[in-house]
Design a protein around this ligand. Structure first.
Ligand code: ZN
Length: 125
């Protein structure tokens, strides 16, 4: 089995995602993610990204042209981390690696998906 291009995420980034999700709750937290050598090491907060009670909107016109950005992360202010229809649309239009976290926003509440919305493994490093 070949390793995905993006295969890992730094623990601190996950902790930051959980913390930001808790602070944004009950709204959704949304950000882009940057990777180097296959490991996500940074969140990129997007000016103009809208979070509402419904679903996070990812303003593609605001996305920087930056090849180190590999995908998106957002939170679900509920107990499920499965992608919604809108999420699948976002996944297919931008990036290869997407994380959704949900309540209670801890180290076991997140999941990683590929462009098609299929769960993929991401190692915490
Ligand atoms: Zn969602």
């Amino acid at each position: 089995m070949s390793r995905r291009k993006v295969w890992g995420i730094e623990r601190e980034v996950l902790e930051m995602i959980n913390q930001a999700s808790r602070q944004t709750h009950p709204l959704e937290f949304v950000a882009a993610m940057r990777a180097e050598d296959g490991v996500i090491y940074e969140l990129v907060l997007l000016p103009g990204s809208i979070s509402s009670g419904g679903s996070a909107t990812f303003p593609s016109f605001n996305l920087p042209i930056d090849l180190s950005i590999v995908g998106s992360v957002h939170s679900h202010p509920g107990p499920y981390n499965e992608p919604s229809e809108a999420d699948l649309h976002l996944f297919s239009s931008y990036g290869s690696t997407h994380i959704i976290t949900c309540m209670p926003y801890d180290m076991s509440s997140w999941r990683c998906y590929d462009r098609q919305g299929r769960p993929v493994e991401l190692q915490v490093v």
